[in-house]
Design a binder for this molecule. Sequence first.
Ligand code: AMP
Length: 193
Amino acid sequence: MANLLIVGPPGAGKGTQAARLAAALRVPAVSTGDIFRQNIKEQTELGKRVTAILDAGEYVPDELTNELVDDRLAQPDAERGYLLDGYPRTAGQVEYLDGVNLRRGEQLDAVVRLIADTDEVVRRLSARALEQGRSDDTEEVIRHRLDVYERETAPLIAIFEERGLVVEVDGIGAVDEVTERILAGLAARGIEA
Ligand code: AMP
């Protein structure tokens, strides 16, 4: 049983690490970005509403994003906990998640903060643009997404720091090495894989 977040700038390796951690801890990795991209690919109503927003690197409105997360966390596989990647990203989302946890009779157990400097994340995101052709991985949109992250989301980390939940991990290094660092940081807080 563990309710976790993984936070850090776009390109810090959250998605990769989230998948590995989720498997190790046997909870689902829930990425709001992945859910939006899936809906865009399938051209659902939600997908149509958010295409232009993702392409511009802006944030989807809180009401839409919150509802999506609420539905996802109500699925049976999230009964034992969850690992959220890319959510919450605004103060409104933090408050909403607090409400979800309260209803579940639970709380957040830890927030994994991946640290990576800007040059490194721009380099990684540009490489991913070539590999995956994500429409929001052009240089201009990458820089904008980083700006939005710094302005809107980075300040929220202070809230989790005040609650004593943050596990800081250096996100630079081999994928396995970073996973080991995260698992060690969580184990030190009593969250065992
Ligand atoms: P990500 O894959 O987490 O980098 O998310 C890709 C894009 O999806 C973001 O640039 C936003 O447009 C949108 N998105 C993902 N998660 C959120 C969120 N929690 N709040 C608002 N927009 C989001």
